[in-house]
Design a protein around this ligand. Structure first.
Ligand code: PLP
Length: 387
């Protein structure tokens, strides 16, 4: 059966050249990067080369990159590394759970911080004015994501960075879904901390990085050796780091070699075709600035889960605008925060394109979608009443 994987915001496949770059670091070059003999020197050099590549993707110095176990750890390190009891933090209602649940923990009595969750408008955009209005004398950190994982919406991080700089407040941005899709320049954003994750840019799962602006006082979360300049203890995941470095190079090249535009064209064709074919569909955040690979589309009167399963049976992998929590299907907090009804949020699907996708993948989706949507809508008493 032909298959098409269109769920690249969940994870991306390793690219062959990334695997090739990693391969020597499993067997031949196995040294601990902290060892002083030549085995250690070899892997230390590889780790530092990868650090340069990641820094080049973000527009910072290599010494400002801290390797982590992924986006979740990078977000947690930024949040818990900066805040102290009694601090106030500003974040948004549409952050990834790696930020939202870290902020919930901050609010617990044992930690003792206050958190303001700024709302979003109908396009899922945060207003910089709301962020400014939420500032308090004890605000220590603003954490607003660069690109949303469900809608792909790019937040006005440059404006928020300027507000944070003016107020002398730390600014963290979760750029896990922006890396490789939108140019990132930490100097322009004026952020102090920025998270990325390897497996969203065709590197391995379980590797990521946090940019920490020089001079930022960051309390580590892990205690042990003085790895990563005492910001993240633990023997480095050398192969993972090398893969992240290679993936960062490829992500950077994508902006000049036409790859990002090719992905945008695939996404735009998918979107145009779906909105032109079906009634009662629409693109969530369709008129907001978005990363070029993501499309969140509602198919009214269809249960998103059912559509995902039906498409999977025909070889196409996508995801829903819902998450399964405690056994129940909860509508996405992102889609409901932007004002979608729970039904429309549950009827939403996320399509996300990656570097490995071709035109044939989109063709496959578009060839099976009409019959699948029609069949599911036939079963819907609501749809039959609505039309
Ligand atoms: N932040 C965003 C916006 C994400 O989409 C994800 C992953 O889905 C994460 C953070 C967490 O990254 P990781 O899976 O590397 O822990």
């Amino acid at each position: 059966m032909r298959r098409a994987y269109l769920d690249n915001n969940a994870t991306t496949p390793l690219l062959p050249s990334v695997l090739e770059a990693m391969q020597p670091y499993f067997i031949e070059q196995f040294g601990n990067a902290s060892s002083i003999h030549h085995h250690g020197q070899q892997t230390r050099a590889a780790v530092e080369r990868a650090r340069e590549s990641v820094a080049a993707l973000l527009g910072c110095r290599a010494s400002e990159i801290v390797f982590t176990s992924g986006g979740t750890e990078a977000d947690n390190l930024a949040i818990f590394g900066i805040t102290r009891p009694g601090d106030h933090v500003i974040t948004s209602s549409i952050e990834h759970h790696a930020v939202l649940n870290a902020c919930k923990r901050l609010q617990e009595d044992a930690v003792g911080c206050d958190v303001t969750y700024v709302p979003v408008d109908g396009q899922a955009l945060v207003s910089p004015d709301d962020v400014k209005r939420a500032l308090r004398p004890n605000t220590r950190l603003i954490s607003i994501m660069m690109a949303n994982n469900e809608t792909g919406v790019l937040q006005p991080v440059n404006e928020i960075g300027a507000i944070a700089a003016e107020a002398d407040v730390y600014f963290h941005t979760d750029a896990v879904q922006a890396a490789g899709k939108a140019p990132i320049d930490v100097g322009q954003i004026r952020c102090d901390l920025l998270s990325i994750s390897g497996h969203k840019i065709h590197a391995q799962q379980g590797i990521g990085a946090l940019y920490v602006r020089k001079g930022t006082l960051l309390q580590p979360m892990l205690y042990g050796g003085r790895h990563e300049r005492a910001r993240r203890a633990g023997t480095e995941n050398v192969a993972g780091i090398v893969g992240l470095g290679k993936a960062a190079e490829l992500a950077r090249a994508g902006f000049s070699n036409g790859e990002v535009e090719r992905i945008r064209e695939l996404r735009d064709r998918l979107e145009r075709s779906i909105t032109g074919t079906f009634d009662s569909v629409g693109v969530n955040s369709g008129s907001a600035p978005r990363v070029p690979n993501t499309s969140s589309i509602y198919f009214d009167c269809i249960e998103g889960e059912a559509l995902v399963i039906a498409l999977d049976l025909k070889g196409v992998a996508v995801s829903t605008g819902a998450a399964c929590s405690s056994g129940a299907i909860e509508p996405s907090h992102v889609l409901t925060a932007m004002g979608l009804s729970p039904d429309r949020a549950r009827a939403s699907l996320r399509f996300s394109v990656g570097k490995q996708n071709t035109s044939e993948d989109v063709d496959l989706l578009l060839s099976i979608l009409p019959e699948t949507v029609a069949r599911l809508r036939e079963l819907s008493p609501v749809y039959n009443k609505a039309v």
